[in-house]
Design a binder for this molecule. Structure first.
Ligand code: MCN
Length: 761
């Protein structure tokens, strides 16, 4: 029984289901007659596959079949689409390696799927997977991206000379060189945006059912929206998009990692078709660490040049974006988004970056909450902090001096993007007040008396949100005889509360209560066009179209009400679910106009990028004896335009902040440099944020309405990550610099901090 209260202001309508264990996640799907798949995975980082012997596995009770790279090659499922489509430096094309959905000939990272064992039970498949004998001839592996690009490094593949997969530049190199020559001060730095993995709560799972009658494949899996996934799957398999049907209900976190196609889904297609029975696979957590796309993995070094008044005149970056052993279909974000916001919130007249993608024997890297936005924000903000330190200026003052002035928006950056609107001086002032920036020295002295080093950190950041690859966003809105309004969309929440926020947008436009609006995401077989949920675009894109759709429904309703009343549509007024006219005493409700048949409207729109921004001021205490850092204050001021649901926005910012804090203080994917073995592939060695990591969170809004969207909204889903990483590193280094530790890369773990403090003693 549904006992929760839909009307409660701000509460998410999906939460009752989710917190009472009645959600339906990917692994909850079952169909009669299903078989179970388990993957045999490479335990080598780089090796030739000499032989695959399945005979013992096949003899195991319950085993139906063992599929290998031969099957993948026979089907032709060997070449994934990738997103590095733009012509690179000197017209270079990305040198993407083939990726058979089960490895064939070679394995290129630990965890790569080599065989798929299918059995009557998951236990039998797991036992038999142990019996598959794969013969390997080990090859030299490279897991360090800088080493991969260094002179004389072993060649990992003949098709990728110098292990250089791709190279692209942005900005004006000559202008930068000239400006640096004449600059009063040049700050030089190398910054590591560490490789991490998103770790959604729900591991991947996929159930594939093949219908031999019509050639359709049906998938139950976790996804961020079916359109992007369907295109990628179709491109990898050449199975037409209309034969790929996806059905997903609840999704336990995505963070970018649940957007792209993965080889496992396609290997399961081979099995389901060959065996004529559905096949289900549920990933273990270790498999998630090894095979779900990792995030970040960028190294940037360069120069920020200033004039004698502390104004930025030029910025140059040499950027290495490690994308692993294969280009994931969702892997361009690091470069595209970093280019879009290369100069941060600052007016920097000259900027240039060279991005290089090496080939390494590591898990592919894809989009992770921010996809390049946190990386570039972190890099820029580190440079600004370092410059402030070097020229002896307050780091808030240096920022204020270099902000893009409010009246300069829309502002075209040195790398060619156009920021829509922002009020950085206003955001900064609000954050400085909220955090009592001026009173910091008193708090620092208090901490010192308790044996702690206290530091204050700041970040002022901006990021693109809203745009997507889809040609447009479409929604359908129906109205039935019960007066229920249903919104159909192809975006997919993974915890964002879209049923609440998209429903609210429609309910507000119609002047009705939220319980009258139902949101259906990714109905199986839907033909709607639109983007997936990613790039913090759902509210700007789908939300805006939903608003327009609701307005269309009102117009449609006026026409129908006019017919009923024998009047002209222009004589009908609509408010709060009712159509009225001064010419008639009758009131026609939404339910009335749908009495004869369900009313349906389609709406579409294409919206550009809009630029959420913010300032996060944080304080961190470091224990002098143990090196343990502790966040003691967290103040966030964010501009995400007009807000649909304040509680959800605060939750989104907090969630992003905690994920950023996780990367700053603990999370890191580490590979052994000699063997290429991953050393942090479980929660025993991969330090996730725990409750209490960000104890004192204070958030405020500072809205400037977007004109890109008719609702005035900007995205917010990634803001927390983008702003927290630079701010928390800034605070920790501010504490450590008082004892002479000038620079430290993430993760800022107690042992690293302790070792750094000892090294300067
Ligand atoms: N919102 C609002 N008012 C605004 C902006 C947003 O009320 N002005 C609400 C939205 O309506 C939505 C939520 O805040 O309910 C986030 O909206 P938006 O910024 O449009 O971003 P998306 O919905 O497109 O979400 C994508 C974004 C990304 S890219 C990642 S990664 C991410 C994130 O959101 N992954 C998440 N937040 C996540 N939150 C959860 N719980 N799980 C994930 O996997």
């Amino acid at each position: 029984m549904d006992t929760h209260d839909h009307h409660h202001d701000g509460k998410r309508v999906e939460d009752f289901r989710l917190i009472t264990g009645t959600g339906k996640y990917a692994a909850d799907w079952n169909v009669p007659g299903q078989l179970y798949g388990v993957f045999v995975r490479s335990d080598h980082a780089h090796a030739e596959i000499v032989s695959v012997n399945s005979s013992k596995a096949l003899a195991h009770p319950g085993v139906r079949h063992v599929f290998t790279g031969e099957d993948a090659v026979r089907e032709g499922y060997v070449r994934a689409a990738h997103a590095l489509a733009a012509p690179g430096r000197n017209g270079m094309k990305a040198r993407a390696l083939d990726r058979p959905v089960l490895a064939h000939g070679k394995v290129r990272f630990v965890g790569e799927a080599v065989a798929l064992v299918v059995a009557d039970s998951a236990g039998a498949a797991a036992d038999a997977a142990e019996l598959v004998e794969v013969g390997y001839r080990e090859l030299q592996a490279i897991v360090d991206p800088e080493q991969a690009l260094s002179n004389g490094a072993p060649q990992l593949d003949d098709a990728v000379p110098g292990n250089l997969v791709y190279e692209i530049e942005a900005g004006n190199e000559a202008a930068v060189t000239e400006a640096i020559k004449n600059a009063a001060h040049v700050t030089r730095l190398r910054v590591d945006s560490t490789r991490v993995t998103p770790c959604p709560m729900e591991p991947r799972a996929c159930l594939v059912t093949y219908n031999a009658g019509n050639g359709e494949y049906r998938f139950n899996l976790c996804t961020q929206g079916i359109t992007t996934l369907r295109t990628m799957m179709s491109s990898w398999t050449k199975v037409p998009e209309d034969k790929l049907i996806f059905e997903a209900h609840d999704v336990g976190g995505g963070f970018g990692q649940r957007t792209p196609a993965y080889p496992e889904y396609i290997a399961l297609m081979i099995a389901a078709k060959a065996l004529g029975q559905p096949v289900k696979w549920v990933s273990s957590r270790v498999e998630s660490f090894l095979t779900d796309n990792h995030g970040r993995g960028n190294i940037a070094e360069g120069e920020l040049a200033l004039d004698k008044d502390g104004r930025f005149v030029a910025f140059r970056l040499n950027w290495i974006a490690d994308m692993g052993a294969y280009l994931s279909p969702g892997s361009a974000g690091h470069i595209r988004n970093s280019t879009t916001c290369l100069t941060g919130v600052y007016h920097i007249p000259a900027a240039y970056a060279l991005f290089r993608v090496p080939l390494t024997n590591t898990t592919p890297v894809g989009s992770y909450r921010g996809a390049g936005r946190p990386d570039i924000a972190y890099v820029v903000e580190r440079f600004v902090d370092q410059a402030a330190k070097e020229i002896g200026m307050d780091k808030a003052d240096l920022r204020r001096r270099n902000f893009i002035p409010v009246n300069a928006f829309p502002y075209k950056t040195a790398t060619g993007s156009t920021y829509e609107i922002a009020d950085m001086p206003g955001v900064l002032s609000q954050a400085l007040a909220l955090s009592d920036w001026a009173g910091f020295e008193t708090r620092r002295a208090q901490s010192a008396r308790a044996g702690k080093l206290r530091g204050i950190g700041i970040s002022t950041v901006i990021e693109a949100s809203g745009a997507g690859n889809a040609p447009k966003d479409e929604v359908e809105i129906t109205l039935d005889a019960a007066g229920t309004v249903t919104l159909y969309t192809v975006s997919k929440a993974q915890g964002h509360g879209h049923e609440t926020t998209l429903g609210t947008i429609v309910a507000n436009a119609l002047g009705i209560t939220l319980d009258k609006v139902k949101v259906v995401q990714c109905a199986p077989g839907t033909k709607l066009i639109g983007g997936h949920t990613g790039g913090s675009r759902t509210t700007v894109g789908v939300g805006s179209v939903s608003h327009l759709g609701a307005l269309k429904l009102i117009e449609e309703g006026k026409a129908l009400a006019a017919l009923e009343l024998n009047l002209e549509p222009s004589q009908i007024q609509y408010a709060k679910g009712e159509f009225k006219s001064s010419e008639s005493k009758r009131v026609i409700t939404l339910a009335d106009i749908a009495k004869a048949k369900t009313v349906s409207v389609m709406a579409e729109g294409k919206f550009g990028s809009t630029f959420p921004n913010g300032c996060h001021v944080t304080e961190v205490e470091v224990d002098r004896e143990t090196g343990t850092p502790k966040i003691v204050s967290y103040c966030a001021v964010d501009d995400c335009g007009v807000v649909i649901n304040h509680a959800i926005v605060e939750g989104q910012v907090q969630g992003g902040v905690v994920q950023g804090a996780g990367q700053v203080f603990g999370e890191q994917i580490v590979y052994d440099k000699n063997t290429g073995q991953p050393l942090s592939a479980s929660f025993m060695d991969y330090i996730m944020p725990r409750a209490g990591l960000v104890p004192e969170f204070r958030g405020e809004e500072h809205a400037t309405a977007s004109k890109v969207s008719p609702l005035g909204v900007k995205g917010v889903g990634e803001s927390g990550c983008t702003a927290s990483i630079p701010s928390l590193v800034s605070a920790t280094l501010d504490a450590l610099q008082t004892v002479g530790v000038m620079h430290l890369d993430m993760p800022l773990t107690p042992s690293r901090i302790w070792a750094a403090m000892r090294a300067v003693k």
